[in-house]
Design a protein around this ligand. Structure first.
Ligand code: ADP
Length: 394
């Protein structure tokens, strides 16, 4: 069977999926990952029916970094029979100012993507490592880069600029926005399940360990809460979200923190984790009776409401609001509280539908339809990869 491999590589995990390319479309066949790279490496993969295809632990010095993890995953993938690999689709966080679409990767593209490393130092180098390895080992298999930024690429300059001297914009200091593959998937999914909404104005809340919101009109992004980096916007598991830059100056100039220490703080020690002192995981916070856990949840919900209002303003009103990603898909209490914050816009929750996680969780008379739609960024990458392959052979 013709197959596509989708790769999503980060600093501590390498996720992969294999999709069969059938006449009827793409079909997930294998979903796996190597997690705990360098600490407790573990390769796991399952078939779509949940059956375990592999579950293997490695010594930390054997799978100590991303290249060794890629090699371990590749060794296992090569044992699979019945697949003819047609292309590899890679998640690449940053498409910089240039890429509005997925792109077929060659040496020149790879060099340009590497030049964006300064814009996303915690993601981009990890995203590019498997591309380099795959190009070296399988130069004949097309590699496609799909960007988290691309979906927001059409924002006009008054939307994506900062009020900074022009030269910074020119060198790439812009509001790019992220989670674009998730928003694009949800926008396509809405076309299937609620076509009357898909062409209108709606907000999607991607609430996972990273969290952002996007305002869409007619299926296109018009505004989003993340900016130059994935630090901006909503509070997240370990990132603070919107923060007065004066706080950063204070930490460096008054507290004498190094730039690296501030970076570590903002990416890994802030957000729900920092504010609660309990956990970065919403489940732990919901289950805790520590008042700081309650504060972290209250802050998260408050900021979600505030940002939803901002995005509704960007759209001049909304017809629908969609919850997705880990918290959005699974937490009825958080959805209920966020729905409350947009009651003033006309949203009316159906508590029973919310509790059992229906797709539509608003009442029939709600002026803003509320949806819960699971996201699937990997399927979006596979779709883009297939479309690019087809356009090449057309
Ligand atoms: P990412 O892909 O960004 O790592 P996910 O979209 O998988 O994140 O979301 C992970 C987060 O979802 C977890 O950190 C957890 O806080 C949250 N989550 C998952 N299930 C639940 C649940 N039942 N209730 C509340 N939060 C949940």
């Amino acid at each position: 069977m013709d197959a596509l491999l989708v790769v999503n590589a980060g600093s501590s995990s390498l996720k992969f999926q294999i999709f069969g390319v059938l006449d009827a479309g793409l079909e997930l066949r294998v979903k796996g990952q190597i997690g705990g790279i360098g600490t407790r490496p573990r390769l796991q993969a399952k078939a779509p029916d949940g059956s375990v295809l592999v579950d293997r632990n490695f010594e930390p010095d054997v799978v100590s970094d991303l290249p060794t993890a890629i090699a371990a995953a590749r060794d296992w993938l090569l044992t699979l029979e019945g697949f003819t690999l047609r292309a590899v689709g890679h998640r690449v966080v940053h498409g910089g100012p240039d890429y509005a679409e997925p792109v077929l990767i060659d040496a020149a593209v790879l060099e340009r993507l590497a030049s964006y490393q300064d814009l996303a130092p915690l993601h981009q180098p990890y995203n590019l490592a498997p591309i380099r390895q795959a190009m070296a080992i399988n130069p004949d298999v097309p590699q496609v880069a799909c960007f988290d930024t691309a979906f927001h690429h059409g924002h006009p300059e008054e939307v994506n600029c900062y009020a900074m001297p022009r030269r910074f914009y020119d060198e790439g200091v812009r509001r790019y926005g992220f989670h674009g593959l998730s928003y694009e998937y949800i926008s396509q999914r809405l076309r299937d399940v609620a076509p009357q909404i898909a062409g209108g104005r709606f907000v999607v809340a991607h609430l996972g360990s990273g969290a952002s919101m996007c305002a869409l009109r007619g299926g296109h992004s018009v505004e989003t809460t993340m900016g130059f980096t994935a630090l901006d916007g909503l509070p997240m598991g370990t990132r603070p979200g919107q923060l007065d830059p004066g706080v950063v100056l204070y930490l460096i100039l008054q507290r004498g923190m190094s730039a690296q220490a501030v970076s570590d703080l903002l990416y890994h020690e802030a957000g729900l984790k920092g504010l609660s002192g309990v956990s970065n995981d919403m489940r732990d916070l919901l289950g805790s009776d520590d008042p700081h856990a309650k504060l972290a949840i209250d802050h998260f919900v408050y900021r979600c409401g505030l940002n939803a209002g901002m995005l509704a303003a960007a759209l001049g009103g909304i017809d629908a609001f969609v919850f997705t990603a880990g918290v959005g898909e699974n937490s009825a209490p958080i959805r209920a509280r966020i729905a409350d914050t947009i009651a003033w816009l006309g949203a009316e929750l159906d508590p029973a539908a919310n509790e059992i996680g229906e797709m539509l969780i608003s009442t029939p008379k709600s002026r803003v339809a509320l949806y819960v739609l699971p996201t699937d960024e990997e399927l979006m990458i596979a779709r883009h990869t297939l479309a690019l392959l087809k356009s090449r052979s057309a």
